[in-house]
Design a protein around this ligand. Structure first.
Ligand code: FAD
Length: 283
């Protein structure tokens, strides 16, 4: 099912809020554990299972193998694709490959600029160019990234939203956001995005809290505000950090659902336990 259809009807899978799960290719190449975790998550009727690409995303062949696993589990696979070091030929080959597998959606990203830029082929400078390219060459429905607190390279949130508009005008169908812990930032972002004339579904990115180190790592790589309660657990590293995290993120999700979000996109980090607990709490 395509993104616009998924997030249009409120009665899909008989559940008001739609869950999607993000996974990444395991570094050791062993997909058996991930397969088990996905089987657990399947009971929440995810509308999408998205698979990251690049960074620690492994080879394209491995991505295809994993996408097949998701499809074999009868779940709707949405591969991410980063264009930062890609030629048009590579993109074309990849989109043909996934369309032939019956995949209907893709998350089109620029990706982070690598330090060693000389080895890269810059057929695409920004994600809007990738969105345009995919729109013109396929029937894939396209998701794009949004940043409630602004992308790390942006001078201002307003400028970032102008650039988001370029991706929307190029053919995007839904916006999946960066993780955040302060809902007020998300609410303000939605307001500004709507004011900019963008009416696509905005799906908040939800990060279950596993450890102080993990939060510290994630928030140091991007512009993400740390509310006092989260700062305290980073400093004190309490033993029950996971259960604190489940409570915190469950409350966060409840507030987002009350606000009227179309879906919740969980960054599962390939584990089902915390995501399951949060979903059980809010269902
Ligand atoms: P863009 O939309 O191109 O934006 C990048 C920067 O350039 C922004 O500051 C923007 O304001 C600016 N900009 C955009 N267009 C223009 C323009 N035309 N002119 C001038 N400035 C412009 N990374 C991975 O490597 N693999 C993944 O699988 C992955 N998955 C992600 C999933 C989600 C939900 C999110 C939110 C991010 C993900 N990322 C992933 C991270 C992402 O690749 C980085 O944040 C990257 O730095 C930006 O990608 P983008 O698609 O947002 O880029």
């Amino acid at each position: 099912m395509e993104l616009s259809e998924i997030y249009r009807n409120n009665d899909v899978h008989n559940s008001k809020v739609k869950f999607s799960f993000e996974i990444f290719p395991p570094k050791d190449g062993d997909i058996s554990e991930l397969f088990d975790e996905l089987r657990v998550l399947k009971k929440y009727n995810p509308v999408l299972v998205s698979l990251t690409y690049g960074a620690n995303g492994g080879s394209r062949t491995f991505s295809i193998e994993l996408l097949r696993t998701i499809l074999d589990l009868e779940m709707n696979a949405m591969p991410h694709f980063t264009c930062v070091c890609s030629s048009k030929e590579v993109v074309e080959h990849y989109i043909n490959q996934i369309e032939n597998m019956g995949i209907e959606n893709i998350l089109a990203l620029r990706g982070d600029i690598p330090e060693d830029v000389e080895v890269c082929n810059f057929d695409f400078k920004y994600a809007n160019e990738l969105v345009e390219y995919i729109t013109n060459r396929s029937t894939l429905s396209i998701g794009v990234a949004g940043y409630p607190e602004g992308h790390i390279e942006s001078k201002s949130l307003a400028q970032d939203i102008e650039n988001l508009k370029r991706k929307v005008d190029a053919g995007a169908s839904a916006i999946f956001t960066q993780l955040f812990f302060d809902n007020e930032k998300f609410f303000r972002y939605v307001e500004l995005v709507r004011k900019a004339g963008i009416n696509l579904p905005i799906i908040p990115g939800i990060m279950p809290i596993r450890s102080a180190k993990q939060i510290h790592h994630m928030t140091s790589m991007a512009k993400i505000s740390i509310p006092k309660a989260i700062e305290d657990i980073i400093v004190n590293e309490p033993e029950d950090i996971k259960s604190f995290g489940v409570d915190y993120v469950s409350n966060q999700c409840r507030e987002l659902v009350d606000f009227g979000v179309n879906g919740l996109h969980f960054f599962t980090l390939n584990h089902s336990d915390l995501t399951s607990k949060i979903i059980e709490n809010i269902m």
